[in-house]
Design a protein. Structure first.
Lengths: 351, 623
C-alpha cells in the first residue's frame, strides 16, 4: 500500500494568507518517494510558493508524465485535479488542458528522463508553442524508478553509483529552452529553498511559458562522489546570477537592497517581478549572451542558477491562436453550434 | 470518324469517363467542373481522384461515373478516356471498354503502334495545343487552358449544357473576374472545334434529369469537419497525413467563419498543428480531461502512434474523438490509395485489455452525423470514440443527402458534476458505478474549492480514484469497463438491416455502401437474392448477432486482406454463437474503391464453387 492518509490537524500558529488559508491547505498526500529525495523539496517549495501567493488551491491543473518526478503532483495542491499521463508526453496533455480552460494555473511536472529523453520532442514544441504554464523539471540525471540508469542530462564523465562513467554528452534543457523561445527560463537547486520558492512564484505569475530546471538529487542512485547532480556537488558548484520573486501590486518594498542590484518588471496585472542581480554583469534579458555564459561556466564545471532569461511582453498560445476570453470548456451550444440557417447556406454551397 | 451513332445506341446518363493527366497541371479543377456540371443538370454523378503521393509530374486520374439510377460506386472499365498523359497512354487506351472513345491531343501525330493498338474503339483527336497557340500568348496559359479546351469539346460531344459549365466558371472565379473571360474563351474553342470538325456527338450523352433532388455533392472530410463544428468541438489537434489533412483544414476554415466572435474577432476554437500524432492525441486527451470537446484526425500510421495514449484514455476514462481516414498500409505504402484496413487496429488499439467505440460512416451525410454524435458518445461514455472513414469517402466528392440539424438539439455532456452537485453530495467517488451502467461521475478541474478533486492515472486505482495495486480492485475496475462496453452497445448507431427472409445475406460497412446497392441488383438479376446488413458501429448491438443467427450463409464484404470485420464479429459475438462457419469473406484491397462488379463476381464464384462441391459424387471422398 503506497497511499497514506494524512492527518488534518494543524498547528495554531501557522501563518494564514489573504484567502484565510494556511500552508496545509496547499499540501497533498504523503510522499512515497525515498526519504531525503530532492523532489520532495520541490513539492514543498511549490506548496510554499502557492500559499505565499495566496492562489486558490483548487484552481490548478497539475500534469505530469512518468517517473519519480511525475508522481509528485499527488503530494501538493490536493484540492486541484492532477493527471499522471504517459512517459514524455506531459507537454501535449498540458497543452490540451490549458487550451480547454485558460483561467486555471497550469503546472507541469516532469523529470530529466521524461523531458530530455523520451519527451525531448514534446518539450521542444511546447516551448515554441508558448503555453501559459509553469513547467518544472525535477532533474536528477538518472532514472530512479527503474533503478539508476543514466538520463540524457547526466554529464559526460559523471559516474553511476558503481563508478561506471557516462560516455555521452548531456543535453542542456535550459539552453535549449532559451534557444527555442521560452520567455521565462530558470535553473535552481532543490536544496536552495529561498531561491526556488521565489522562482516558482515568479514563474507561476509570468504570463507565458515559464521553465524551471531544478537540480534535484536522487538520494538512492545519484548522490555519490562521482555524480555531478549530488547535493555536495551542487553546494560547491552552484553559482547564482539572478534571484527572482513576485511582488503583488499593493505590496510595499520592504527589503532594503543595494541600489543597482534590483530590477522590477511590471506585469500585465500590475504586479511586479522583482529581480535581484547576484552577478552584477549578468543580463537576464539577453538571450544569446545568457546561452553563451551558461556554456562557458559549464565548461568550468559550474552550475549557473537563478532566473536566467525573462521576456515580459511575450504572446502565449491563447494570443497566438486569437482565442476568445471565455474558457473553451465553458462554451455551450449557443457559442459553438452555427445553427440551422448557416447549415442551409453550407448545403447550398455544395450544390 | 465513323458514322454517327444510331438513336437506339445512344446511352443517356450512364457512363464512366476517365481523365488521365499529369499531376500539378491544373487538371483537377477542370475535371471537377465537369462532374459538377453534370450534377447541376440533375444527374447522379461522382468523381474519384486517383492520384500519386507527389506534387508535380506523376500520373493522376480522375474517374467520373455518371449513373441515372444512382449507382455511383467505382465501376471497372471506361467508356471514354481523355488521354492527356503520354506516359500512361497505353494503360489508358487499354482501360477502354469495346466501343469506347479515346479523346486525345492530336497536335502531334500519334505513333502508329498506338494508333493501331485497339481497333474496337473510336479515336477522337483534338489539336488542343495547336488551338491554344493561336489564342493565348503566355505559355502558362496555354498549358492551363488545355484542360478547359477539352472540357468545352466534351460538353459539345456529350451534350452537356454549356450555360451550366459557364456558371461553374463564374462560381469558381468569383472575385477573380479577370479569369472568367479567358476560361469562357477556352471552353468555346473546344466546343467550336468539336462542332465544326468532329461532326457528331458520342454514343454517350448527358441529358437533364430530376434524380439529384435536393442532394448535395461533397467529400467526407469536409462533412466530418462540419459535423465536428456542429457537434461542439472546440479543440482540434492534428498532424498532417494524407488522406486526413483536408478534414483539419476544413475545420479550421469553417471555424474561422462560424466560430468568430463578431465583436472581438476572436475564435471559439483552437486548432493546433502538433509536432506529431502522439502530441496531437495528447492534446485531445488533455482538453477532454478538462471538459472541452476535442478531436484529432489522422490515418492508420497516426493511429499506430497514438496507441499508448488511446489505452490511457480508455483506462483513465477520458472523452476523446479520433477520425481515422483509412488508407492502404503500411506507412510508406500507398498513402493516396483507399482501404478499410484499420478496423482491428482501431477497436483494440493500445496495450492491455482495451476496446474502443468505433463508428463507421458510409456517406458524407453520415460523416457529418457521426462526427457530431461522436462527441456526445465520447462525453456520455467517457471514452475515446474513433470514427473510421477512408480515402475514397473522405477525399472524393459524393452525392449525399443534405446535412440536417435539429435546432433544439442539446449536447450530451455526460455525467459531469457541478459545484452545486458536489455540495449536495457526502462523498465523491470518481469510479463508482452509481447507476449500474458502468459509467462513473466525473468532475472538471477547478470545479469546487474542497470537493471533487482527484488524481487521474493510468495505473490502478479504486472506486475513489485512490492508488492501489490490490488485485480485486483492479479486477472490479476492469469488469466495470465491460459493463460500460455493454452500455455503449445500446447507444451507438444501430446496423441498417434490409431483411426479406432470404437464407443468405451480405454484411458490409463504410464506403463499400457505394457499390453494394448495385452489386445486390446484379446478383438479383441472376436470381441470387441476398439480405443485407450495414454495420454502423462497434460494439455490435443485439441486432447484429440476431441478423447473423438468422442466416445460413453470409458474405462479409470489406476492403482489406484479412477480413478484419469478419474476425471482429467472431471475436466479439462468439458467445452469441457467431462462428466462422457461416461468415465468408469477400475482399478487395488493391487500393481503389471496391466495385459492384468485384463483389458480384466473387459472390457468384463462391456460390458456383459450393455448387460444384455439392454436385461432386460422394464416392470420390472415399476413394
Amino acid at each position: 500500500m503506497t497511499f497514506v492518509t494524512k492527518p488534518v490537524a494543524r498547528h495554531p500558529s501557522l501563518k494564514v494568507n489573504e484567502l484565510g488559508l494556511t500552508r496545509r491547505d496547499y499540501e497533498g498526500s504523503v510522499s512515497t518517494l525515498c526519504a531525503g529525495c530532492g523532489h520532495d523539496s520541490v513539492s514543498a517549495a511549490i506548496v510554499s510558493a502557492c500559499a505565499e501567493l495566496g492562489l486558490p488551491p483548487h484552481k490548478f491543473l497539475k500534469i505530469s508524465g512518468i517517473g519519480c518526478s511525475s508522481k509528485t503532483p499527488n503530494y501538493f495542491l490536493g484540492h486541484s485535479h492532477g493527471f499522471n499521463s504517459v512517459h514524455g508526453r506531459m507537454p501535449s496533455v498540458a497543452t490540451g488542458a490549458s487550451l480547454a480552460n485558460k483561467e486555471l494555473y497550469c503546472l507541469g511536472i516532469s523529470g530529466d528522463g521524461d523531458s530530455a529523453s523520451i519527451g525531448l520532442g514534446q518539450f521542444a514544441h511546447i516551448v515554441r508553442r508558448r503555453i501559459n504554464m509553469l513547467y518544472i523539471v525535477d532533474n536528477n540525471g538518472t532514472y530512479g524508478l527503474t533503478k539508476g540508469q543514466f538520463s540524457a542530462t547526466n554529464d559526460l564523465g559523471s559516474t553511476s553509483k558503481r563508478g561506471v562513467p557516462n560516455l555521452y554528452e548531456p543535453i542542456d534543457i535550459v539552453s535549449m529552452a532559451m534557444q527555442i523561445g521560452a520567455t521565462f527560463v530558470a535553473r535552481s537547486f532543490s536544496g536552495d529553498k529561498r531561491q526556488l520558492v521565489g522562482l516558482i512564484k515568479a514563474g507561476l505569475m509570468h504570463r507565458g511559458f515559464s521553465f524551471i530546471d531544478v537540480i534535484s538529487p536522487c538520494v538512492a542512485f545519484n548522490n555519490h562522489g562521482g555524480s555531478t547532480k549530488s547535493f555536495a556537488h551542487m553546494r560547491n558548484m552552484q553559482r547564482e546570477v539572478v534571484s527572482a520573486d513576485y511582488v503583488a501590486s499593493e505590496a510595499e518594498m520592504t527589503i532594503d537592497y543595494e541600489a543597482g542590484q534590483l530590477e522590477d518588471i511590471t506585469m500585465p496585472d500590475g504586479a511586479r517581478l522583482r529581480l535581484r542581480k547576484v552577478h552584477a554583469d549578468y543580463d537576464p534579458h539577453d538571450r544569446l549572451r545568457a546561452i553563451n555564459y551558461l556554456g562557458e561556466r559549464q565548461r568550468e564545471g559550474e552550475v549557473v542558477t537563478g532566473l536566467l532569461y525573462v521576456e515580459s511582453e511575450a504572446k502565449n498560445t491563447h494570443d497566438i491562436l486569437n482565442l476568445v476570453d471565455a474558457p473553451l470548456n465553458s462554451l455551450d451550444e449557443d457559442d459553438l453550434c452555427p445553427g440551422v440557417g448557416a447549415l442551409e447556406s453550407i448545403n447550398q454551397s455544395f450544390r | 470518324m465513323k458514322p454517327p451513332a444510331k438513336p437506339k445506341d445512344i446511352v443517356y446518363n450512364d457512363f464512366v469517363i476517365r481523365f488521365a493527366n499529369v499531376n500539378g497541371s491544373g487538371s483537377a479543377s477542370a475535371n471537377g467542373m465537369f462532374a459538377h456540371a453534370i450534377f447541376r443538370m440533375g444527374v447522379p454523378v461522382t468523381g474519384r481522384n486517383i492520384f500519386p503521393s507527389n506534387i508535380q509530374g506523376l500520373p493522376t486520374w480522375f474517374e467520373v461515373r455518371v449513373n441515372e439510377r444512382g449507382h455511383l460506386g467505382r465501376r471497372d472499365g471506361a467508356d471514354i478516356v481523355v488521354a492527356m498523359n503520354a506516359e500512361t497512354y497505353v494503360q489508358d487506351v487499354d482501360a477502354l471498354l469495346p466501343g469506347g472513345y479515346l479523346v486525345f491531343d492530336s497536335s502531334k501525330p500519334m505513333a502508329r503502334t498506338l494508333r493501331t493498338r485497339r481497333n474496337d474503339i473510336r479515336h477522337i483527336g483534338i489539336p488542343i495545343a495547336n488551338l491554344l497557340v493561336h489564342e493565348f500568348a503566355e505559355p502558362k496559359q496555354r498549358a492551363l487552358f488545355k484542360n478547359i479546351v477539352y472540357l468545352g469539346a466534351l460538353a459539345e460531344l456529350l451534350e452537356i449544357d454549356m450555360d451550366v459549365l459557364k456558371h461553374m466558371v463564374d462560381d469558381q472565379y468569383r472575385g477573380k473576374d479577370a479569369l472568367i473571360a479567358p476560361n469562357y474563351h477556352a471552353l468555346d474553342i473546344g466546343s467550336t472545334y468539336a462542332r465544326d470538325y468532329l461532326g457528331e456527338h458520342l454514343r454517350f450523352r448527358v441529358r437533364p434529369s430530376d434524380q439529384v433532388g435536393n442532394r448535395i455533392i461533397v467529400d467526407g472530410n469536409t462533412s466530418a469537419a462540419l459535423g465536428a463544428l456542429y457537434g461542439g468541438a472546440s479543440v482540434c489537434a492534428w498532424y498532417p497525413i494524407t488522406p486526413s489533412t483536408s478534414m483539419a483544414e476544413a475545420f479550421e476554415k469553417y471555424a474561422a467563419q462560424h466560430r468568430k466572435d463578431l465583436q472581438t474577432g476572436q475564435i471559439k476554437a483552437a486548432v493546433v498543428q502538433a509536432e506529431d500524432e502522439l502530441s496531437a492525441i495528447g492534446m485531445v486527451i488533455g482538453a477532454g480531461w478538462n471538459g472541452a470537446r476535442a478531436f484529432t484526425c489522422t490515418s492508420g500510421p497516426g493511429v499506430s502512434l497514438m496507441n499508448e495514449f488511446l489505452g490511457l484514455a480508455y483506462f483513465a476514462e477520458i472523452p476523446a474523438v479520433l477520425f481515422d481516414i483509412q488508407r492502404a498500409g503500411p506507412s510508406t505504402g500507398m498513402p493516396t490509395r483507399t482501404q478499410q484496413s484499420d478496423v482491428l487496429l482501431s477497436v483494440y488499439a493500445s496495450h492491455g485489455d482495451t476496446k474502443h467505440v468505433v463508428l463507421l460512416p458510409s456517406s458524407p451525410k453520415e460523416c457529418f452525423d457521426f462526427a457530431a454524435d461522436a462527441f456526445d458518445l465520447a462525453d456520455r461514455l467517457q471514452t475515446p470514440v474513433l470514427v473510421l472513414s477512408d480515402l475514397d469517402l473522405g477525399m472524393n466528392d459524393h452525392l449525399s443527402e443534405p446535412f440536417e440539424w435539429d435546432a433544439n438539439r442539446r449536447y450530451d455532456r455526460g455525467k459531469v458534476l457541478s459545484a452545486d452537485d458536489l455540495d449536495r453530495m457526502d462523498q465523491f467517488s470518481r469510479y463508482l458505478d452509481v447507476d449500474g451502467d458502468g459509467i462513473g461521475y466525473r468532475t472538471l478541474p477547478g470545479a469546487h474549492p474542497e470537493k471533487g478533486a482527484f488524481f487521474t492515472r493510468g495505473t490502478s486505482r479504486d472506486e475513489h480514484a485512490t492508488y492501489t495495486e490490490a488485485p480485486d480492485a483492479y479486477i472490479r475496475n476492469m469488469e466495470r469497463l465491460l459493463v460500460k462496453w455493454d452500455t455503449a452497445k445500446t447507444v451507438v448507431p444501430k446496423a441498417e438491416i434490409d431483411e426479406r427472409g432470404n437464407d443468405m445475406g451480405v454484411i458490409y460497412y463504410g464506403s463499400t455502401d457505394a457499390a453494394m446497392g448495385e452489386a445486390l441488383e446484379l446478383l438479383a438479376e441472376h436470381g441470387i437474392q441476398l439480405d443485407a446488413m450495414r454495420i454502423r458501429a462497434v460494439p455490435f448491438g443485439d441486432e447484429v448477432a440476431r441478423f447473423i443467427a438468422a442466416h445460413e450463409t453470409l458474405f462479409v464484404v470489406e476492403q482489406n486482406r484479412d477480413g478484419q470485420m469478419r474476425q471482429l464479429l467472431i471475436a466479439e459475438l462468439g458467445q452469441h454463437g457467431v462462428g466462422s462457419h457461416s461468415l465468408h469473406s469477400i475482399l478487395y484491397y488493391g487500393g481503389l474503391a471496391i466495385s459492384a462488379g468485384e463483389i458480384y463476381e466473387q459472390i457468384l464464384s463462391w456460390l458456383e464453387e459450393r455448387m460444384r462441391e455439392s454436385m461432386r459424387p460422394q464416392v470420390l471422398k472415399f476413394s
